[in-house]
Design a protein around this ligand. Structure first.
Ligand code: MIC
Ligand code: SF4
Length: 753
């Protein structure tokens, strides 16, 4: 039986009438996205029509998921909320803190030792507050959610940007910061600006080398890392129904890379097959009972231009495999063009490592197709040129692919199987020699490839592709190898061509697993003790942030004017820093160390205005703090792109940065800043970015009359005595202004108990 089946029943019971109420009021057919949104309003049946891209709306998500790296902060906040139990079904997944070094068993044993304190903390907090706990080794959050919890038409939030993966099962699943998760677990509404809608019509059918991953690699190339901001992407058409459910998951997963709020697909047979194969026939039966509500009204897909804000059409029969990167997931190159493009850019074409797996591409279908290529290595007397690694998405997938002989096939090409965890995807990878910082290329089937993300080496050119292309390229050892047309020289000196990959959507013998790694919470957790040692370097109880002092902010220092891409990986790096995700003061030592200072083009080197010397960003900020001074951070476009980690907002808050002023924000990061009581501002005129000089001091005015829609003013005092005054826009609503005044949203929940 599925988890939380009573909750799912209730959602489906409410759905028809809520959708009907919305349809009546709006007076036109509804997309799937609107149906799910309108059936999850806190108010129940809708009383108003919400304006896309404008109205802030209160939602009641059905469930919450958290991964270990973000759960620590989410749960430290939840502990302060004073609630005895979570208000909605919630889960914690231990997946980010497992380093990939030797192979699964040894690496897992090492992680269990190294992070014991954190895992014990998460396990006891889960036990106490009624949260399902997935132990280290159970799998990656999004794969485990897809296999166990996602359901068509549901709405969930998760403290990880790739929560969106559950769109593969027709959910609206949205990545948030821990403070948002804390609200929902405390029974409060969850606020989101009503999104815009992008419709992607898929015609035709995938075949040969093309896979679902290529759909999203192509869409990322069209929309870029910013193109989905503020929008939900709804896929439809025969191309969608022709595709596996897990393939849909891959597409939705990487929707995070175009900044989309989430992505989804209407309920179809592939989803039903997946639900039944993963032991959830009960959910499939319930979903079948409300089938027409789990997809858009037919008119929307017949004339999408009338119902979506933007429509993209892709013919899957013509889709070519793509390779995206390096350094950004939206730089899309069709495989037939890679030779030219790589040469033109001088990208190293020797591929050193191919990595498959991760939350993006770990399905049975993915692995079986990749294995069909690995098998050809022996059959055609080839030799695999690059190193090859696999990180299975869950123990259930790992167990099943081992049973079916795929792991064996991969071992035969020299592959290393890492633990069912994020591993190399999040920089938890001890890659031999990476410390030499040599220029090199790797290819993987993950979703992100920002500089230094996988192995800490900023000169590693990481390319993103499907598992089958990753495998073929790893076999050839060359980035510019096109398996569709090129041949390889085998050990006998003959020219051989790889056959097209083949695979199976679902295991013919069914999924199997011995120990999935789940721990149910205590029925009554009131007696469970949660201990945090005051001397721990890994965990630290939170102290409330101070409330706003009630006046304008005068004399702020410039901490850094960041140049170019500034993702959450630049603001709060992962990899070795993941260890400190439960300890705000310690992790603050990584604040903005990856951001490039616009004045000297260097990372982690900013001028200390107090003494004129250059020093590391966190050090300089700590000096300002010690001197009782505050500062601001300036940045460019899509600031805070990437992950949901709220540390990127809490660290500056903790160290005394008051405002972040940029050309534009990524959604989750902007909300995270607001939640923590920071000022997230944008230049009213983007060119004003150029006015900011290294020795500037600032006065931020208008805070005593801080209102929705009203710009704040920033007086920039230059060193030569001149000043500029500019307008700073913001998107705060009344409620969010309250968060600012209180010094953070949590201070308000705390007050209300
Ligand atoms: C990521 O893929 O960057 C992460 C690590 O999963 C993050 C969450 C985190 O920083 O802990 C995400 O995508 O939200
Ligand atoms: Fe883990 Fe990578 Fe997926 Fe993030 S994107 S959840 S780090 S596997």
């Amino acid at each position: 039986m599925a988890f939380d089946i009573e909750m799912i029943k209730k959602v489906y019971e409410n759905m028809p009438s809520r959708i009907e109420a919305a349809r009546k009021l709006i007076g036109k057919p509804l997309t799937l996205t609107e149906k799910i949104l309108y059936s999850h309003l806190t108010e129940g049946n809708t009383s108003s029509i919400y304006e896309r891209g404008n109205s802030y709306v209160d939602f009641a998500p059905d469930r919450v998921a958290m991964q270990d790296a973000t759960a620590q902060m989410a749960l430290l906040q939840f502990m302060q909320a004073g609630r005895p139990k979570v208000a909605v079904p919630s889960t914690v997944h231990c997946d980010h803190l497992i380093n990939a070094k030797i192979e699964a068993k040894q690496d897992l044993a090492f992680a269990n030792e190294e992070s014991k304190e954190v895992f014990d903390f998460l396990s006891s907090v889960s036990n106490k507050y009624g949260i399902g706990f997935w132990k280290p080794g159970a799998g990656i959050i999004h794969q485990v959610v897809l296999e166990n919890y996602a359901f068509p038409g549901g709405m969930m939030i998760g403290t990880d940007s790739h929560t969106v993966n559950a769109g593969g099962l027709g959910m609206l699943a949205i990545g948030v910061g821990g403070a948002d998760a804390c609200d929902v677990m405390a029974g409060l509404p969850w606020e989101l600006k009503f999104p815009k809608l992008i419709g992607v019509k898929l015609t035709g059918k995938l075949s040969g080398w093309a896979s679902p991953k290529d759909v999203i690699l192509k869409v990322a190339g069209i929309l870029t890392v910013k193109g989905g901001t503020g929008a939900i992407v709804e896929y439809f058409g025969e191309g969608a129904t022709n595709m596996s459910c897990t393939g849909k998951g891959t597409i939705c997963n990487m929707g995070a890379e175009i900044g989309a709020t989430t992505s989804t697909f209407g309920y179809d047979d592939s989803m039903e097959r997946y639900l039944r194969a993963t032991g959830r026939a009960d959910v499939a039966d319930l979903a079948n009972g409300v089938r027409e509500h789990l997809t858009a009204d037919a008119e929307c897909y017949a004339n999408p231009e009338l119902y979506f804000d933007q429509v993209i059409e892709l013919n899957l029969s013509e889709l070519e495999p793509h390779i995206n990167g390096p350094f950004t997931p939206d730089l899309a190159t069709p495989i037939s063009k890679m030779k030219e493009v790589a040469a033109a850019h001088g990208w190293p074409t020797n591929i050193e490592v191919g990595l498959i797996g991760s939350c993006t591409n770990s399905s049975y279908e993915d692995i079986s197709r990749a294995a069909s290529l690995a098998k050809q290595v022996a059959d055609k007397n080839l030799k695999t040129k690059a190193e090859f690694t696999i990180t299975p998405g869950s123990e259930q997938v790992r167990y099943t692919i081992e049973r079916d002989g795929f792991i064996d096939t991969f071992h035969k090409i020299g592959a290393t199987v890492f633990a069912n965890a994020c591993g190399p995807c999040i920089g938890m990878w001890t890659r031999m020699g990476a410390e030499k910082k040599e220029k090199n290329s790797i290819i993987h089937s993950f979703n992100r490839n920002f500089a230094a993300r996988q192995d800490g080496n900023p000169n590693t050119h990481a390319f993103v592709a499907s598992p089958e292309i990753t495998t073929a390229i790893a076999i050839s050892g060359r980035l510019d190898f096109n398996p569709l047309t090129d041949t390889l020289t085998n050990e006998n000196g003959e020219q051989v061509k790889l056959d097209e990959p083949t695979g199976m959507e679902l295991p013919s013998k069914g999924f199997a697993v011995e120990d999935a790694g789940y721990q149910a919470p205590a029925a009554d957790g009131s007696g469970v003790q949660v201990n945090v040692s005051p001397t721990s370097s890994r965990l630290q109880l939170l102290d409330p942030f101070a409330a706003w002092e009630g006046k304008d902010l005068m004399g702020l220092r410039l901490l850094i004017k960041a140049k170019g891409k500034c993702t959450t990986d630049h603001i709060s790096m992962a990899g070795p820093w993941l260890k400190f995700r439960g300890h705000l003061d310690n992790i603050s030592n990584n604040m903005l160390i990856g951001a490039i200072n616009a004045f000297n083009d260097k990372a982690n080197s900013v001028k200390n205005q107090l003494n004129g010397t250059y020093d590391e960003v966190p050090k300089v900020q700590r000096m300002y703090k010690a001197a009782g001074e505050y500062s601001i951070v300036v940045g460019e476009e899509n600031y805070g792109e990437g992950s949901s980690r709220e540390h990127a907002a809490m660290e500056p808050r903790h160290l005394g940065v008051r405002a972040v002023l940029v050309k534009s924000f990524a959604r989750i990061h902007e909300t995270n800043l607001k939640k923590q009581g920071m000022l997230a501002l944008t230049f009213a005129n983007k060119e004003d970015y150029d006015l900011i000089q290294e020795d500037d001091k600032f006065n931020l005015l208008g805070l005593t009359d801080f209102k929705p829609g009203k710009a704040l003013r920033l007086v920039i005092n230059h060193k030569n005595g001149t000043t500029d005054t500019i307008n700073c826009n913001h998107t705060y609503n009344e409620q969010q202004i309250e968060w600012f005044r209180a010094g953070g949203a949590l201070n308000i929940i705390r007050k209300s108990i």
